[in-house]
Design a binder for this molecule. Structure first.
Ligand code: CUA
Length: 180
């Protein structure tokens, strides 16, 4: 390209940029000015803003009532034994892929305090009754002990299963608790 042609081309480009900037500024100005104009819909819009406010207040009141009603039993992990009852403390350590439980035989009516932690990654500690209903569970967390209470009211073999995907053999993480 000859220097003269290049110069013309550059000037043309600069002009184009200026024209675009002016156009864009025009659009902004138009939007800014027209936003102040009152349209025919103003009364309707105002009416619905009011309706929306009432709806919001009703919703907040409703959610508060529902929250208070459903959460009044917190904490859900309240010990289910009567104060003064004997509680058997049991240490549980989960690992890839099993559970170390320092006592696995109990009598019907025993209340057990499970103190659950893990040696490696996060696991779940779920206790299933002989009918395979989940009767208690907590998370096994590294460097932390979660405690939950369980009263064994049915005799039989209870299953302990991991409830947190923790690796290839997660599904093999099982233990048994026998209640006589
Ligand atoms: Cu441990 Cu899944």
């Amino acid at each position: 390209m000859k220097p003269a042609v290049m110069m013309k081309w550059m000037i043309l480009r600069a002009n184009l940029v200026i024209i675009l900037i002016v156009l864009l500024a025009g659009v902004f100005l138009w939007v800014a000015l027209s936003s102040k104009k009152k349209s025919d819909y103003t009364p309707i819009v105002k009416k619905w803003y009011k309706a929306r406010s009432i709806y919001a207040v009703l919703l907040v009141v409703l959610m508060l009532v529902v929250s208070i009603y459903t959460l009044r039993e917190l904490p859900f992990n309240k010990p289910s034994y009567v104060l003064g009852d004997e509680v058997i403390p049991v240490q549980v350590e989960a690992y890839q892929f099993g559970f170390d439980i320092d006592q696995t035989e109990f009598s019907v009516g025993d209340t057990v305090e499970f103190n659950v932690t893990t040696r490696d990654v996060t696991h779940g500690f779920g206790v299933y009754d002989p009918d395979m209903n989940l009767v208690g569970q907590t998370q096994a967390m590294p460097e932390y002990t979660n405690t939950f209470y369980l009263t064994f009211d049915k005799p039989g073999t209870y299953q302990v299963l991991c409830l947190e995907y923790c690796g290839l053999a997660h599904h093999l993480m099982m233990a048994e608790i026998v209640v006589k």
